[in-house]
Write a protein that binds this ligand. Structure first.
Ligand SMILES: NC(=O)c1ccc[n+]([C@@H]2O[C@H](COP(=O)([O-])OP(=O)(O)OC[C@H]3O[C@@H](n4cnc5c(N)ncnc54)[C@H](O)[C@@H]3O)[C@@H](O)[C@H]2O)c1
Length: 259
């Protein structure tokens, strides 16, 4: 008989983390390895992706770097093939890769709008579709964890980022749609909606007087989150501990959306 904590274990599981080279994705990759999973780090940047694999191996985990661009369906197919080739199957997928571009809506150019959608929404969908096809074939269920954002619920201020906010709102609804469609295959689909976390995406702005004080003032806890503070939820959603959770987006935002 296992204990409650055993339900959080990912021992023997195989998971993919997109954008696992730095920031939140790196923390998720290490957390999955630490809880027992073999981790495929799917990352655009060869240097950071390989570095994450080295760090996982240093703590005794198993990992594989696959150079991946989630904007490309060929690249996504190759990611799934390489994962199955090396580890035999796919149990969970963490869709973490994401980008942001700040620009007043009236000035956004088509190329930038499309790029944000192609990474944050379309890439996330095509990765989910490719992983789900493999999970359906395996007949042993699966879990998909999407990184949305509080920006899918609120409009950040003062920076103008309509494309990002829209892409993340779409991720929240896509999470529900896929959860409903794939429940019969026992594939659970959930999302994490972080508030401001201290990563390369936000660090400079937090130190900039034009943004930092406004952001901090909007957070009841008066500080950005540390990436590590998302890891327990990421493990929960990838594990048996969340067996009745699907279609949910869970906020971790230091209270930002409470105000
Ligand atoms: N940092 C925050 O405050 C915050 C808040 C809410 C949500 N998020 C979301 O969390 C996720 C991670 O953010 P982060 O702060 O760690 O960002 P980051 O910029 O530090 O890291 C993103 C990683 O994704 C990779 N990537 C970018 N485009 C890619 C592509 N086309 N294919 C594969 N990999 C690609 C990058 O190379 C990088 O390693 C994003 O989806 C972001 O929108 C971040």
């Amino acid at each position: 008989m296992g204990t409650l904590l055993d339900k959080f274990s990912l021992k023997g599981q195989v998971g993919i983390v997109t954008g696992g080279g730095q920031g939140l994705g790196k923390v998720f990759s290490l957390a999955y390895a630490e809880t027992g999973a073999s981790v495929v780090v799917a990352e655009l940047n060869q240097d950071t992706g390989s570095e994450t694999v080295k760090d996982i191996e240093a703590i005794g985990g198993k990992a594989l770097f696959v150079e991946t661009d989630v904007k490309s369906r060929i690249s996504i197919e190759s990611l799934m093939e390489k994962t199955v080739e090396r580890f035999g199957r796919i149990d969970f997928l963490m869709n973490n890769a994401g980008i942001t571009k700040w620009c007043p809506a009236e000035s956004v150019i088509e190329e930038d709008w499309k790029e944000v959608m192609d990474v944050n929404l379309n890439g996330l969908f095509y990765c989910s579709q490719a992983a789900a096809r493999q999970m359906i074939k395996q007949k042993r269920g699966g879990r998909i964890i999407n990184i949305a954002s509080m920006s899918g619920y609120i409009v950040n201020r003062p920076q103008p980022q309509a494309s990002y906010n829209t892409s993340k709102a779409a991720v929240i609804h896509l999470t529900k749609s896929l959860a409903a469609e794939w429940a019969p295959y026992n594939i659970r689909v959930n999302a994490i909606a972080p508030g401001y976390m201290d990563t390369a995406m936000t660090h400079k702005a937090f130190e900039d007087p034009a943004y930092g004080p406004i952001w901090t003032d909007s957070i009841p806890m008066r500080r950005p989150g540390r990436p590590e503070e998302l890891a327990p939820l990421a493990v929960f959603l990838a594990s048996e501990a969340s067996s009745y959770v699907t279609g949910s987006t869970i906020l971790i935002d230091g209270g930002y959306t409470a105000w």
